[in-house]
Design a protein around this ligand. Structure first.
Ligand code: GLU
Length: 417
């Protein structure tokens, strides 16, 4: 893995904002407020484990900026969660929600734990314990969590149930990414990958040569990585490498992600998938491909490996996979990056649709959801593209410029500058 010691993702997020702010000479009063979260809650909560012992878990919820609406963003369960990471992720959510134009600020939560080491009942208790600990600061009009790394619809269901028990009210809009039976939206499970797929379509349209015999490598085979690989394969792209946290597989002639998915389910790992070669995560990142899709965690492409990246395009499906230093190196090499805050915004867009449906108590068909998602992503892409031409900026900086302009307007109306 290319993961370095001590790369602080919050420092990275601040650098990305400052770079765009400098280009548009942003009012320093606005900038200063955007360089720190409005509120960060740290919670330590006890859980009785299956062996009868009590274990104290630490969690965080960061609310970065509320000027455009209630804060919104997922909850991550991972052993490496830190307060800085959650602060960075909440900052990125503010910019993501602004660039794709959903009426939210940014929030993010995390619990330091490894769900793979917890029994189902321990996982339920951690989910419920965390919600009890943060219940005061969340709500359908305050802060709306959702799934993120290693959390899913079951975790959202327990969290919703715990919140409703505490408040004594039905409150489906407090959390998104719920099971359909509890007010979830059709299409939410595939939303992040569909959003990234629409972004890739637009990228192809912009550089039509990239569409022919496109070779693609995907790092990360979770919910987003798998569906995206499947969609790209089914539309004629050549998936030549896939990896998960344990390592990856490569085949020049390509592979069917659905077969890989079943293989992983049966064998517990990707290793040994027929007619492929085992590779490391770093090997995957350095493959000579048309499109590289980091869809795992942050800080994967750093100043250590950036010079070895050979892809022509990078579509960031993970949050923060490229450090600012690496970003500059890739820029110099002429590698075009579609930034996380645009490419992975499909998840929060359909979360927004879910929340709207919850507020209305009226539910849409999957087709309606997908039509609306596509419209939003295409529009976001075109607007970022326009800014990139206007400001002669990379897509990342252009996305930040667009988001900053919207945030600046809402903050000024509120008298925050
Ligand atoms: N965790 C996802 C993200 O990083 C989704 C957030 C949401 O749906 O609120 O964008």
């Amino acid at each position: 893995m290319a993961k370095e010691e001590k790369i602080d993702p919050f420092e990275n997020a601040k650098k990305q904002i400052e770079k765009a702010a400098e280009k548009v000479s942003l009012d320093p009063n606005i900038l200063n407020q955007l360089l720190m979260p409005e509120k960060v809650l740290v919670v330590n909560f006890p859980i009785r484990m299956d062996d009868g012992k009590i274990k104290v878990f630490t969690g965080f919820r960061s609310q970065h900026n509320k000027s455009r609406g209630p804060t919104k963003g997922g909850i991550r369960f991972h052993p490496d969660v830190t307060i800085e990471e959650v602060m960075a992720l909440s900052t990125w959510m503010t910019f993501k929600n602004s660039v794709i134009d959903v009426p939210y600020g940014g929030g993010k939560g995390g619990v330091i734990c490894n769900p793979k080491d917890l029994s189902v009942s321990e996982l339920e208790h951690v989910s419920r314990g965390y919600i009890r600990a943060i219940a005061q600061i969340i709500g359908p009009k305050k802060d709306i969590p959702a799934p993120d790394v290693y959390t899913n619809q079951n975790v959202m269901a327990w969290m919703l149930d715990e919140y409703e028990k505490l408040t004594g009210e039905s409150s489906p809009g407090v959390i998104t990414g719920k099971p359909i039976e509890l007010g979830g939206s059709l299409g939410r499970d595939k939303a992040t990958s569909m959003g990234a797929f629409y972004v890739t379509e637009k990228l192809c349209e912009l550089n039509n040569k990239v569409c022919k015999n496109t070779s693609i490598a995907i790092q990360g085979f979770g919910n987003a990585g798998y569906y995206l690989a499947k969609m790209l394969y089914e539309t004629g792209h050549n998936i030549i490498a896939i990896s998960d946290s344990k390592g990856g597989i490569y085949s020049k002639k390509g592979m069917d992600p659905t077969e890989v998915y079943h293989y992983k389910n049966n064998n517990g790992s990707l290793k040994g998938f027929p007619e492929t070669k085992n590779i490391t995560n770093n090997d995957l990142l350095e493959l000579d491909v048309d499109i590289l899709i980091p869809a795992a965690l942050e800080n994967q492409i750093t100043d250590k490996n950036a010079k070895n990246i050979k892809a022509k395009y990078v579509v960031e499906v993970a949050n923060g996979p490229i450090t600012p230093k690496a970003d500059e190196i890739l820029d110099e090499k002429g590698i075009m990056i579609i930034p996380d805050i645009l490419s992975n915004s499909g998840g929060v867009v359909v979360s927004y649709f879910e929340w709207v449906q919850n507020n209305l108590g009226y539910y849409w068909s999957e087709e309606e959801v997908m039509v609306k998602l596509k419209e939003k992503i295409y529009k976001g892409f075109d607007e970022v593209h326009k800014q990139s031409i206007e400001h002669k900026a990379s897509f990342r900086t252009a996305a930040y410029i667009l988001a900053l302009a919207r945030l600046e307007r809402s903050m000024k109306f509120r008298g925050q500058a």
